[in-house]
Structure formats: structure tokens, C-alpha cells
Design a protein around this ligand. Structure first.
Ligand code: HEM
Length: 239
């Protein structure tokens, strides 16, 4: 066997070994989490265009579909991004579920003395917050991407993001659900970014405090950026 063939054969085996080990699953969670955080940050910044008026944000929505033309067809880059996000979300959730199961198998009975430990609280909010976020994302896609829920018949118009967001958030229970989900996202990111930095080996004795602070500040910025939209619609500042 040539060296190249041996290397090609070894690559999938290495990937499989990575997926099978606990540290490998953690690395996969960290890397896919990083991709998802970048998307969330970009999405939050894009949403803030609503404060510049309807033309600006509606043009941005068209741009997201037209970008890459003529090399790429209408919406093709968007579909590539959607596929990457979908794969990352599935890998992230699968690795998290498997790690939870492995953790339970390793320690079926909770240590009495550890019940109040911070990591246990962190892990609990990560799991249930993660489930809430998954429910939120499915609802969100049916809501603002598909216009299939939360709108009167004929109210939702494709590519009219400004009008859709204003009409969508005038339904206060939906706005409240978004704000609660953004709270869950904030908690998830606060702990998640910190875990990611640890898994990737970027935390040491000198930077522990500052990197913990960075995780918290990023999570809070994302929270404030997202909730500013439903709050502004409910308050009548954006209408
Ligand atoms: C207040 C918070 C949010 C608002 C107002 C909002 C608004 C929107 C709008 C208007 C669209 C449709 C854009 C278009 O069709 O051009 C959209 C799409 C989307 N949003 Fe959000 N979003 C929020 C939070 C989130 C969060 C927290 C996530 C993920 C964790 C998320 C993930 C997505 C995804 C995956 C899409 C579909 C993109 C696509 O494939 O077209 N959104 N959002």
C-alpha cells in the first residue's frame, strides 16, 4: 500500500476514533458551537438593521439571497450556509446527548455532596436550555422564515422582513416567548463559550478570570441585541 492510500484510509478511522471518545465529542461540541455562535452574532447584527428602517433590512434580506451571483444562483449561498448550520446543529445536539448518557452511566447516583456544585447547575441549564432553544428554532423557522404560524392569513410577505417582524412581535405572547428563549440562549452561551474555550485549551491560570468575563459579556451583548427588537416593537418605537 502506498503512503497516500494508507493516509487516506487512516483519516476516516481517525474521525471515527475522535467521535467515539469523550474528548472527541467535546471537541466536536466546541467546534460546532463556535460555528453556531458566529451565525448567532451575524444574525443579531443583521437584525439591528431594523432600526435603520424598512428599506435597509428588506434590502439586506434580498442581498442574502443574491450574494455570490453570477457565480452562484439565487439563494444558493444561503442554502450552503443553511446546510452547514443544520449539520453543525445536529452534530452539536447528538454529541451533547451522548455525553449526557455517558455521564449518567458513569455516575448513576448523584453524589449528595455535589448537589449544589456550580457545574451541576451549569450542566442542568445547558441541557434544558438547549432543549428550549431547539424548540424555539423550529418555531422561529415556521414563524419568520415560513410565515406559517403567528400571522393572520395573507399578513406575512416573503422578503418583507421589516413588516413581518413588526406584525409578528405585535402579538405579545410571541414576543414574550422570544424574550424568554433569548434568556435561555444567553445562559447557554454564558456557560457554552466558557466550556468551548476550556475544551480548546485556551484557558490557563493567567487568563481564567478575563476569559470567564469575555464569555459573560458576549452572552449579554447577544441577549441585549436580540431582545431589543421585540421590546422596541412592543413599545411602539419600531412600527
Ligand atoms: C429576537 C430575536 C430574533 C429575530 C427578530 C429574528 C428574526 C429573523 C427573521 C426576520 C428571519 C427571516 C430572515 C429572512 O427571511 O430574510 C430569521 C431567520 C432565521 N433565524 Fe432568526 N431571529 C431572532 C433570533 C434567532 C436566534 C436566536 C436564532 C438561532 C439561535 C435564529 C436563527 C434563525 C435561522 C436559522 C433563520 C433562517 C435563516 C434562513 O435560512 O433563511 N434567529 N430570523
Amino acid at each position: 500500500m502506498t503512503e497516500t492510500t494508507a493516509a487516506t484510509k487512516a483519516a476516516p478511522n481517525r474521525l471515527l476514533a475522535l467521535w467515539s471518545s469523550v474528548i472527541g465529542k467535546k471537541v466536536i461540541m466546541a467546534v460546532t458551537g463556535a460555528v453556531l455562535i458566529l451565525f448567532v452574532l451575524a444574525h443579531m447584527v443583521g437584525n439591528l438593521k431594523i432600526f435603520s428602517g424598512p428599506e435597509e433590512i428588506n434590502a439586506y434580506s434580498r442581498f442574502l439571497r443574491e450574494v455570490g451571483w453570477p457565480e452562484l444562483g439565487y439563494g444558493q449561498l444561503l442554502w450552503i450556509v443553511r446546510s452547514v448550520l443544520f449539520v453543525c446543529a445536529i452534530l452539536h445536539i447528538t454529541a451533547a446527548t451522548q455525553l449526557t448518557i455517558l455521564n449518567r452511566q458513569a455516575r448513576p447516583v448523584e453524589y449528595e455532596s455535589r448537589k449544589n456544585v456550580e457545574t451541576t447547575w451549569g450542566a442542568m441549564t445547558m441541557r434544558w436550555g438547549g432543549v428550549l432553544l431547539a424548540v424555539f428554532i423550529v418555531f422561529h423557522l415556521f414563524h419568520f422564515t415560513g410565515g406559517m404560524v403567528g400571522f393572520q392569513p395573507g399578513q406575512f410577505e416573503h422578503l418583507m422582513v421589516y413588516q413581518n417582524v413588526v406584525a409578528g412581535f405585535q402579538v405579545w405572547p410571541i414576543s414574550l416567548f422570544y424574550i424568554i428563549a433569548m434568556g435561555a440562549l444567553c445562559l447557554h452561551l454564558d456557560h457554552g463559550i466558557w466550556s468551548m474555550l476550556q475544551t480548546l485549551g485556551w484557558v490557563n491560570l493567567d487568563n481564567t478570570k478575563s476569559l470567564r468575563g469575555v464569555s459573560r459579556v458576549v452572552a449579554l451583548i447577544i441577549f441585549a441585541g436580540f431582545i431589543s427588537v421585540p421590546i422596541s416593537v412592543l413599545a411602539g418605537w419600531v412600527r
